[in-house]
Structure formats: C-alpha cells, structure tokens
Design a protein around this ligand. Structure first.
Ligand code: TYD
Ligand code: MG
Length: 449
C-alpha cells in the first residue's frame, strides 16, 4: 500500500488527534494546546499477532516481583521497594532541577550487573565531569552519547543491561519518522519501540523527560499513560531541597516521597525533614508560626512567615511564596470578614520557609496565625503549632493524619498544639490531654493573643 503523509493536530493536554487546528481543543476544552504533527498512513504491518486467550483470575499465578534495590531508603521508598525488571519508569522535572544527577547516583547505588546510560544532551566529557564531582567511578555504568533510536536498540540488544536510562526522551529520534526530534510523534513512537524492547528483554527502562513550569509541549505528559511508573523531581532551582514523588506506580503506592538536599556532591537524603526546615527559625518574632505538613505518609513541621504592614500606596500588595496566591486571598478575606481585621489598607506577604510549595489545606490555620501575629505585632508562643483547615465562615475543619501530625510536633518539643475541635473525637486518650481543640478562628485568637 502506498504511503501517504497527512497533517493532523495533536492535543498535548488530553492526547486527542484533530483534523483541523483551532485555538481550543474540542475534546478537553483547553486553550493553546494543539501542535501540528505529520503522520504517515497507508503502511500496514505484515506481522500477524498471536491471539492471547482470556483466562480466569484464579488460573493466573501471582508474581512476586524480584526487585532491583538500592542502598538508599529514600529512593526505594518512592519506588515501593526498588525497580521491577521489565518495567518502564518516567522521571520528569524542570530543566536543571537535578534529574541527570539523581539518575547517575541511583545507578551507582543499585545492585545489578550492567547499566547503560544514553545521553543525548551532554557529551561523555560532561558526564565524566559530573561523575567525578559526585565521586562516581563505577565500572558497571556504560555511557553512550547516542540519540538515534535504532542505534540505542542495537546497544541494548548487544549489552543486555539490567537497566537502560534514556536522558532525555525528547532528544531521541528515529530515522523512519520524518518529524523533528522532540515532536509528539517522535517522542511517542520512539518511546513505544523502546518500551517493547524493555519488555522483551526484561530490563528496566528509565526515560528522563523535561517538563516546563506550565506543563508539557510534546513532553513527558503524553508518555504518562504508557509507562509503569511516573516519578517527578520537584523543588526550586533557587533552593536546595528536592522532592522525588511518584505520581503513578503500577508496582507500589504513590503515597511515598523521597526528600533530598542538593549539595556540592549531589543529592543527599534528608532523613529528618523537620530538623531541616526549621533549622533557621528565629523564635519570639511576630509573624512566624509553625504548621505540620504531610509529604506522602511522613509529617514534618514547617515555618510560615507573614508580614502585614501599612500600605503606602493606594493598591495594597499581596505576595505569596509557597502557596497559591488565590488561597492567600481567600484567607485574607476570612480574616477580614470573620475576625474583623481591617486588612484592605495593608500590604501582605507570606512565605513558606525553605522554598517549599504546599497545597494541602491543613496548614491554613498556621497561615492565619502567622498573618494575625504580624498584624497585632505579637509573637506567638515559640512552642505552639497549628494544625487545621480554615473554611470560608472561619470554622476550623479537621484534616487527615491528625495523630501523626500531633506526634511529630511532640517529638520536636512543641507542646501547645492547636487542632480542629472535631478531631478531638478521633484521637487517642493520651494525645487528647496534650492538645487544644479549636472551633473557629475567633476562638483561636482568644487563645493565642
Ligand atoms: P542536572 O542533573 O544537570 O539537572 P537536569 O538533568 O535536571 O537538567 O543538575 C542541575 C544542577 O544541579 C546544576 O545546575 C548544578 C547542580 N549540581 C549541584 O549542585 N551539585 C552537584 O553535585 C551536581 C552534579 C549538580
Ligand atoms: Mg540532564
């Protein structure tokens, strides 16, 4: 059959293909997400596939996956106990966040015979420089600067590694596809062929992929449904902490995260996040409060800083660092309406110390306490901690993992623990005597000011 090349439009948000371009995807309704793609049609594969008969669940023998584990708990925790042979993992993150660094470190820590690292972004000299900086000189790691798909497949076939890393999937291209490297068609087709190769050879395949702040552009997002696990390395380029988070894992839970610090010699696990995030706290200063956040199933204490000052110009400023701006606006409105604080003439700044970004509402009461403390210019008790969500009518609402949060606070000597009064019913008797239940923010202010 003759080959035909036609142009279609691919939505980078929902993955649908459209015959015509429009500013908005007709399927998902997202704006500016359509990219042009050339597809070759008419060439049909002559291979006939063997059909697989359906079987009942009881006839399928369970598979106790033997995993490739590392020496660092922090990595294994995220993966649910190590890499499963034959699985495909996507490691995404913003450029410069530390993906290549973490990958090289993981390889060195893993137990396995041979690892292949394909880098389409850096020369072998650059990789050597990084490895030297990290103190890695491992004979098991083979480096190749190949980014041609057919050559990569050859190398994998010849070397039979236990793990192959593709850094990054956006740089891989196949000779048989006309589109430029990094385009949706190239990324999807190359990933598909590599994936088949991994399953056939029972090796772990790791794709590294860049994502931009606002999402995708022919990026790893379109691969998320193809792969077995999706890990994201998050953090702030200007700060040192990094969080490795599993957002999909077919072989484990997605609840766990690894917390790391970027140091001179690569990423070091942070085994005690509370110590790390509270290390520079100045006590007895107005505007500083402590809340408890959860990363995965681990609670840790964080410092919140609020600054409320008289506004010099007509339009008061609002600035949020670490939480969504709209959440700050909502909490300011609650403070005005429910606690009577006249904030419309005040500039308001909020910062989560350490460059953390937190979207869980459980730190809302801490934010409210920090802002009010700055407004009244009254320091909070240095041993106080705030756990609870604040609703629109100023009520303090219960949050998940309440006992874990209380225990973490007690562990670090925080004795004045304010929790939602509704949560008093759910915690054990011993903990009950060590906390104060709060119904609303007016009730809270009576207690702390
Ligand atoms: P890199 O792994 O190249 O990021 P990515 O692959 O995600 O683009 O690392 C990026 C940054 O990490 C780089 O700007 C320098 C910093 N870094 C350190 O601080 N310490 C180190 O030991 C290494 C290797 C890198
Ligand atoms: Mg890199």
């Amino acid at each position: 059959m003759a080959k035909k090349i036609k142009t279609v439009f691919f939505c980078t948000n929902c993955g649908s293909t459209q015959p015509k371009w429009s500013g908005k995807c007709p399927d998902c309704g997202e704006w500016n997400c359509m990219v042009e793609e050339k597809v070759v049609s008419g060439s049909k594969s002559s291979i006939r596939r063997e059909s697989k008969k359906p079987v009942t669940l009881s006839k399928i023998t369970g598979n106790n996956f033997e995993r490739i584990v590392s020496d660092t708990d922090e990595f294994d925790r995220v993966l649910g106990g190590g890499f499963v042979p034959g699985s495909v993992v996507l490691l995404g993150g913003e450029p410069g966040i530390g993906k290549s660094t973490v990958m090289l470190q993981i390889l060195q820590e893993l137990r396995g015979e041979r690892f292949l690292y394909f880098s389409g972004e850096e020369s072998d000299g650059q990789i050597k420089l990084r490895a030297t900086r990290l103190g890695i000189n491992d004979e098991r790691i083979l480096i190749s600067c190949e980014n041609n798909l057919e050559q990569i497949l050859n190398h994998i076939d010849n070397n039979k590694p236990s793990i192959a890393v593709i850094d990054s999937i956006q740089t891989v291209y196949s000779d048989t596809i006309d589109n430029v490297p990094g385009s949706v068609t190239q990324v999807r087709e190359c990933a598909g062929k590599l994936l088949r190769c991994a399953k056939e050879n029972n090796i772990v395949l790791i794709f590294i992929g860049h994502i931009t702040k606002d999402g995708m552009i022919a990026g790893p997002k379109i691969l998320e449904h193809l792969v077995d696990a999706v890990l994201y390395l998050e953090g702030d380029n200007k700060n040192f902490y990094r969080i490795l988070r599993a957002i999909k894992n077919r072989f484990g839970s997605t609840n766990e995260v690894g917390i790391f610090e970027m140091k001179e010699k690569g990423l070091a696990p942070v085994t005690n996040p509370t110590d790390y995030f509270l290390s520079e706290r100045m006590e007895h200063i107005a505007g500083s409060s402590v809340a408890v956040s959860m990363e995965g199933t681990r609670p840790f204490l964080i410092e919140i800083q609020g600054l409320v000052t008289n506004s010099t110009y007509g339009n008061p400023q609002r600035n949020a660092n670490g939480i969504d701006y709209r959440r700050l606006a909502m909490l300011i409105a609650v403070l005005e309406k429910r606690a009577g604080l006249p904030l419309s003439t005040q500039d308001i700044f909020l910062n989560l110390v350490g460059g953390l970004k937190i979207d869980e509402p459980a730190i809302n009461m801490g934010i409210i306490a920090g802002l009010a403390s700055s407004y009244y210019d009254t320091p909070l008790d240095a041993r106080s901690v705030f756990i609870g969500e604040v609703g629109l009518v100023g009520e303090v609402r219960s949050v998940p993992f309440i006992e874990e949060r209380i225990k973490e606070s007690l562990k670090f000597g925080y004795e004045k623990i304010y929790i939602p009064s509704n949560s008093l019913k759910t915690i054990n008797e011993k903990l009950k005597t060590q906390v104060t239940g709060i119904e609303s923010i007016t009730n809270l202010f009576k207690q702390i000011f």
